[in-house]
Write a protein of this length. Structure first.
Length: 508
């Protein structure tokens, strides 16, 4: 295993539980800075399933805010109750529309104890590495790998460590080193374009002293939101990109901007801190939020944010989804995608190792991983295309939230076959590509109403969360009655749903 982020360490633990001899190689040294910091209900559920099935009880508490804080108070994380979106126009302060057409709040949990989390990766990745070592995984850090080749029926990895030559041979290698990572370079794998997605760049770092949004904006009808708006993945959306704000419980806030390359060039993202300052000056409310904030490490500029590998697996190697491709941090899709990949590779190791099915299973893994990457790109690309028109953006977002909440519910009921793919992208009844194409052609309110109606029709068979109800005016709480009314959509009845809610700790 190459790469000791949480996903690489988790798969290393699982392989060790399956009786494999495992070495985990790391280029750097923990603790270290990393992004990819926001969990979702589906990713937490996948983590819980993996930890239970492969007998990793010390990982299970990380699947909920409450159990995390109880078991690992020294490991920093942030409280994520949902997804918060505010729309901004350059030069204008956020002035909340009474009908909330410039905001979107989608709750992911009914209370803090079972909420999702933001992962302070310096702490969390270190925890995963320690747990991997405790299961018997051999961990070696500060390894500068240079080459990979197949030799004598094994993969041979060579490089340097502490000024000395380093080499290791393995029956199989999994790459968890991220986009354009080790095997991509060592095997000279071509990089492929991602259709339907504009070229994008990112600029990001960690801050202290970031103000809370609920001190700066409030609903002008005095209504209480479905959760505290800052205890969430906060998205400041504008024409050409968006800013993320994720709060941890150690006083640090992760923040950055992802934007089209055209927007990035205009602001000079390559200059780092000055570009961030120019960005804030365009959006007064965001400027106020970061007015007294201090970056506690240098800015990182990612000049090519998206990535797609031309090959995902070979006879003796495979890329985790995080190394096979990346789309965008928008909607926190990275965690569920990589955990689905961990789960699928773990199943292959458990079921097909040393069998004639092994290579066919790897080929199927490659196809599914690439298909899900492309499905995610279609959604994210459509959202980028609608960032100037927030009602369209909010409407398209319902496609994601409907698929995600349906998938989570199906898995919690023990029926994962109802939602076998991420975003239901290959579900015969969830054909949404024409909606993305129509969203690019919106010209007037009549077009928008027609698109909204068709999106609601598309999600209706999967809508278990009351999404799209106009009376809620873009605020969507977690409501048990929504799920009860939709029980038939997941092949359940009221009793089964009530039992599910009890198991999940729905009532605080």
């Amino acid at each position: 295993m190459v790469g000791s982020g949480f996903a690489g360490s988790l798969l290393a633990m699982i392989a060790r539980r399956l009786g494999k001899s495992v070495i985990l190689l790391e280029r750097g040294k923990h603790p270290r800075f990393a992004i990819g910091e926001s969990s979702t209900p589906l990713s937490n559920l996948l983590l819980e399933e993996l930890s239970i099935h492969y007998q990793l009880p010390r990982i299970t508490p990380l699947s909920k805010w409450g159990t995390w804080r109880e078991k690992y108070p020294e490991v920093s994380c942030g409280l994520k109750r949902g997804f918060t979106f505010y729309h901004h126009k350059s030069g204008s302060r956020a002035a909340l529309d009474p009908e909330r057409q410039d905001q979107l709040l989608v709750a992911a949990s009914p209370h803090d104890a079972i909420a999702d989390t933001h992962w302070y990766r310096a702490d969390v990745d270190s925890l995963f590495v320690r747990e991997a070592a405790s299961t018997g995984v051999e961990y070696v850090d500060e390894v500068q790998l240079e080459s990979a080749s197949e030799l004598g029926g094994k993969m041979r990895l060579e490089g340097m460590r502490h000024g000395l030559r380093f080499a290791v041979s393995a029956s199989f290698v999994v790459d968890a080193t991220g986009p354009r990572g080790f095997l991509h370079r060592a095997l000279a794998i071509p990089e492929l374009p991602i259709p339907d997605l504009p070229p994008t760049e990112a600029l990001y770092t960690h801050f202290t002293g970031v103000r809370r949004l609920d001190d700066l904006v409030a609903d002008n009808r005095g209504e209480a939101p479905p959760y505290p708006v800052d205890d969430a993945a906060v998205h400041h959306v504008f024409d050409g990109g968006w800013i993320w704000v994720l709060r941890f419980d150690n006083g640090i806030t992760s923040a950055g901007v992802a934007a089209t390359s055209q927007f990035a060039a205009r602001l000079g993202f390559g200059e780092g801190a000055p570009a961030w300052q120019r960005l804030l000056e365009q959006f007064p409310t965001v400027y106020d939020q970061f007015g007294s904030a201090v970056a506690n490490r240098p800015f990182v500029h990612a000049p090519r944010l998206s990535f797609r590998s031309g090959a995902l697996a070979g006879q003796r190697w495979a890329l985790l989804p995080s190394a096979a491709g990346f789309v965008d941090p928008l909607l926190s899709t990275g965690f569920p995608l990589v955990l689905l990949g961990v789960m699928r590779l773990a199943e292959i190791f458990e079921r097909d190792w040393d069998s004639s099915r092994f290579y066919r299973a790897l080929a199927a893994y490659s196809r599914r991983t690439e298909d899900e990457l492309l499905a995610t790109a279609r959604l994210i690309g459509s959202l980028y295309g609608s960032m100037a028109n927030f009602p369209v953006f909010a409407s398209l977002s319902m496609l994601y939230f409907a698929a995600a909440s349906f998938s989570e519910t199906a898995r919690r009921l023990g029926r994962p076959e109802l939602a076998a793919s991420f975003l239901l992208h290959d579900h015969p009844a969830f054909q949404i590509q024409p909606l993305f194409e129509r969203a690019r052609l919106i010209r007037d309110p009549k077009d928008l109403r027609a698109l909204n109606d068709d999106i609601l029709r598309a999600i209706e068979p999967f809508n278990v969360a009351g999404l799209g109800q106009r009376s809620r005016r873009n605020w969507y709480p977690v409501d048990a009655e929504d799920l009860v009314r939709a029980a038939h959509k997941v092949g359940a009845d009221r009793a089964a749903i009530m039992s599910l809610l009890e198991r999940c700790g729905f009532e605080p």
